[in-house]
Design a protein. Structure first.
Lengths: 329, 174
């Protein structure tokens, strides 16, 4: 296990190249997803979405990004200045870590750790803390309310999320992504663990604060929730982190339930693994957007009740049944 | 050359982690703003996770982050949200309270220090070679099952305490 600390020269090079690629990829991914979100929203509402800048508005988000960078960074007079500045950095740093272990293809894992899955969940907790810090430091009641809701929601939905993932881990006996994906060469886990897959995806929607669970930033009641007071690129970082987080939860769903880089039922059809992986991940991202523009926002008590009274007991039962089946069948 | 560079980096990382732990601990105790205290605690516990990483146990480091930062600190934050508003003036520190808490902390420190002083530390390499997660899991459920159960007892007590306090306060207010 000391390999995590003591690397030799070649590994360092791999790590640095990987990190640079990850930085570039996360930016491009966010730019593309914002464009896709607006297109999906547009077509669901029977309009075109962005059309002016570039073919089908493809360059729209780049232009928007440049606009955001150029904007003035406003710090509210009575805000807690240090924390207000730290929060956007704090929200963006941990979302880069999971890329270290995500299995894009058989040979495309920056570092195939034996605790890969745990690494992702350990660092995902930082984003809720960052939201809390940002919302509290803004000294704005809407921001604080958004932050409080975000903490409550994340606490509630992290439990069924972890429990649903555990039933897959029990089947494979490993947290290592390469082994989790290899176990699905013939049959994807969504067919063996449909309940866990559905619970995971619901919780992932809630963990990334997406509609119908977007009450931390509910526009109609909280202005913009926890990032009400943020402007310019500080707001941009919150935005980038949200879209990168969406990619991460979908990539984890792909590798845990949809066979990762494998084609369906062992047929790869000559398509490289990384293409399979990205295709499935972006399909799930499309589903997330589809959710947002078709489901109405849930009320806060509905949200809490659904997690504590339905999802948690169901995921515990699922884990129990999985354990029993593995033991006796 | 590479190994010299790597060694230097690792030593630097160790002192950064130690600095984070101590700095976080100071932040957790001294400022009068309770949100700063929690953030200090988070920094401190992340530093402890870094120490586990330095000792070569990536698994423990991640569990430290997941449980202490992700669950305990978020729970503390939750408690703060339910407490009186922060813009009210904080009450003065009372001397007896301060002395009592310093005494309790000192006692705890002395106990921990005594235990670690008396333990005959052996390098991990001499005690065994298999330090995988599977082994840790087996040990937790066999040799150290008592510790494991005691920890869950603590959690049970905490849950019962929470139910009692909320139950009582609700009955009093209604």
């Amino acid at each position: 296990m000391t390999e995590a600390v003591t690397n030799t020269g070649g590994d360092w090079l791999r790590l640095i190249v990987g990190l640079i690629l990850v930085l570039i990829f996360s930016q491009l991914n966010a730019l593309f997803l914002v464009w896709l979100e607006r297109k999906v929203a547009g077509h669901i509402q029977l309009r075109y979405g962005p059309m002016e800048v570039g073919p089908h508005g493809l360059l729209q988000t780049i232009v928007d990004g440049i606009k955001l960078v150029g904007k003035e960074l406003i710090t509210p007079f009575k805000a807690d200045k240090k924390l207000f500045v730290i929060a956007p950095v704090l929200v963006f740093m941990p979302v880069l870590v999971p890329f270290l272990v995500l299995p894009f293809g058989p040979e495309l894992i920056i570092r195939d750790m034996n605790v890969g899955l745990l690494l992702i969940f350990a660092f995902s907790t930082f984003s809720v803390l960052a939201i809390l810090v940002g919302g509290w430091a803004s000294n704005n009641k809407y921001a604080l309310l958004g932050a409080i809701r975000s903490v409550a929601q994340n606490v509630a939905y992290e439990i069924p999320l972890l429990l649903s993932v555990m039933s897959v881990v029990l089947m494979v006996h490993s947290f290592k992504f390469s082994e989790l994906v290899m176990a699905q060469q013939r049959i994807w886990f969504i067919f063996l663990q449909p309940v866990a897959a559905i619970i995971y995806f619901i919780c992932a929607t809630a963990e990334t604060n997406r509609a119908p669970f977007d009450i931390p930033e509910a526009e109609s009641e909280l202005v913009a929730g926890f990032h009400t007071e943020y402007s310019g690129m500080r707001f941009g970082l919150f935005f980038l982190a949200e879209y990168t987080n969406m990619f991460i939860v979908c990539a984890v769903a792909t590798s845990l339930f949809l066979g990762g880089w494998h084609g369906p039922f062992g047929f790869s059809l000559g398509i490289p693994g990384v293409v399979w992986f990205l295709a499935k991940t972006y399909f799930l991202l499309f589903v997330l957007m589809w959710f947002r523009w078709t489901f109405p926002r849930v009320r806060f008590d509905q949200l809490m009740n659904f997690s504590w009274k339905v999802l948690i007991p169901l995921s515990m039962l699922n884990l129990l049944v999985t354990a029993l089946v593995l033991k006796f069948v | 050359m590479t190994s010299f560079l790597t060694d230097g980096l690792i030593h630097a990382a160790f002192w950064v982690v130690v600095g984070l732990t101590f700095g976080g601990a100071v932040l957790a105790v001294f400022p009068r703003n309770i949100v700063y205290n929690v953030l200090g605690l988070i920094v401190c516990l992340s530093g402890v996770a870094g120490l586990f990483l330095y000792l070569g146990s990536f698994f423990l480091a991640l569990m430290q982050l997941l449980i202490y930062v992700g669950a305990i600190c978020v729970a503390i934050v939750f408690a703060i949200m339910l407490s009186p508003p922060l813009h009210l003036e904080a009450p003065k520190r009372r001397i007896p309270k301060l002395v009592l808490s310093a005494g309790a902390a000192g006692l705890f420190f002395a106990a921990i220090a005594a235990v670690s002083w008396k333990t005959a530390w052996k390098p991990a390499a001499q005690r065994g070679t298999d330090w995988s997660i599977t082994t840790i899991g087996h040990f937790l459920l066999t040799k150290y099952s008592l510790v494991f159960e005691v920890i869950s007892l603590v959690l049970l007590v905490a849950i019962i305490g929470a139910i009692l306090t909320t139950g009582f306060s609700r009955r009093l207010s209604s």
